[in-house]
Design a protein around this ligand. Structure first.
Ligand SMILES: [Zn+2]
Length: 263
C-alpha cells in the first residue's frame, strides 16, 4: 500500500474528477491521500472531499501563497475549526503552512513579515493541539527551521524537500520527515536524487503535490495521485530496493509522522 502525503485533490484543475482521481489512485494501490487546505475558503471543501472517498484524509491551514489575502481573523477561524476537527478521524495535521521567499510579491519586506507572522501563529496552533505540520518551504529552509526550533510543533513533513543534506538533518532532528515526489524523477535533479538515495529511509515520505510537480513522464501535464507507485519505483531504483520495500517503508514513515492517520 502506498500513501500520497501531499495532494491538492480539491484543486480546480481536477474539475469534478476529484473523487474519480481518488478511486483511480486506489486501484493503483494508493491506500491513502493527504489533502492539505490552503485558505479558510477551502477548509470545508477538503473536509467534505476526504469524507466522500474511502482513501483520503485532510489537513487545515493557511498556505503562504494565500497569506496576502489572509486576515488576522482567519487565525481565529483556523483555531476554532481545528478544535472542532479533532473529533474527525479524517483530520490528520495542520497544513499547508510555511514560508515562500521565491515568489517576488511575497518577498517584499511587509509581506515577508506577514508570512512569518502567519507561519508562527499556525505553528503555535499545531503545538497547542499536538498536531504535526505540513510545510511548504521555498527559498526559506533555514528561516523555517529557526521558527520550528523555537515553537516546536509535534513534527511533520517538509514537503517537496529541496534543501541541502545539512538542512535535511535539521528537519530530521526536529522529528520531521522529508517529502519526495516528481522532482526526483528528473535525471538532472542531481541533488534531490542524491538525497533521496542517501538519506535514512525512515526519514522519507512520498507525495505528488498533484496537480503540480508532475513527474518526468507527464511533465508539464497535470499530475495526479495515481502516479505515486511509479514515483515510488524511481525511489526504489535510486536506493536499490524493491518497490514493495519502498511502499512499506514510506507508508510506515507517513503513519509514524501523522499519528492520527495511523489511528
Ligand atoms: Zn501543497
Amino acid at each position: 500500500m502506498w500513501i500520497d502525503t501531499h495532494c491538492h485533490l480539491d484543486a480546480h484543475e481536477f474539475g469534478d474528477e476529484s473523487a474519480a482521481q481518488a478511486a483511480l489512485a486506489k486501484a493503483q494501490g494508493v491506500g491513502m491521500i493527504v489533502i492539505p487546505a490552503v485558505a479558510t475558503a477551502n477548509f470545508s471543501i477538503v473536509a467534505q472531499l476526504a469524507a466522500s472517498v474511502d482513501n483520503a484524509c485532510y489537513a487545515l491551514g493557511i498556505h503562504p501563497i494565500y497569506v496576502p489575502h489572509a486576515e488576522e481573523d482567519h487565525l481565529r477561524v483556523l483555531r476554532e475549526q481545528v478544535a472542532a476537527a479533532m473529533s474527525d478521524p479524517r483530520f490528520v495535521a495542520l497544513g499547508e503552512i510555511g514560508l515562500d521567499f521565491f515568489i517576488p510579491m511575497l518577498t517584499e519586506s511587509a509581506m515577508r513579515e506577514k508570512q512569518v507572522y502567519f507561519f508562527r501563529e499556525q505553528l503555535k496552533i499545531a503545538r497547542d493541539f499536538d498536531l504535526p505540520v505540513l510545510m511548504h518551504v521555498r527559498r526559506s529552509q533555514d528561516v523555517v527551521l529557526k521558527h520550528v526550533r523555537q515553537i516546536r510543533p509535534n513534527g511533520g513533513i517538509a514537503h517537496a524537500f529541496n534543501g541541502s543534506e545539512q538542512q535535511a538533518k535539521g528537519y530530521i532532528d526536529l522529528g520531521f520527515k522529508l517529502g519526495f515526489g516528481g522532482a526526483m524523477t528528473f535525471t538532472r535533479a542531481l541533488q534531490i536524487r542524491r538525497l533521496a538515495a542517501e538519506l535514512p529511509l525512515e526519514s522519507i515520505v512520498l507525495e505528488t503535490d498533484a496537480p503540480d510537480i508532475s513527474p518526468s513522464w507527464i511533465h508539464p501535464g497535470r499530475n495526479s495521485p495515481d502516479q505515486i507507485p511509479r514515483i515510488g519505483a524511481v525511489l526504489a531504483e535510486l536506493r536499490g530496493l524493491t518497490p514493495e520495500a519502498v511502499a512499506a517503508a514510506t507508508s510506515s514513515n507517513a503513519r509514524a509522522v501523522l499519528p492520527r492517520l495511523a489511528a
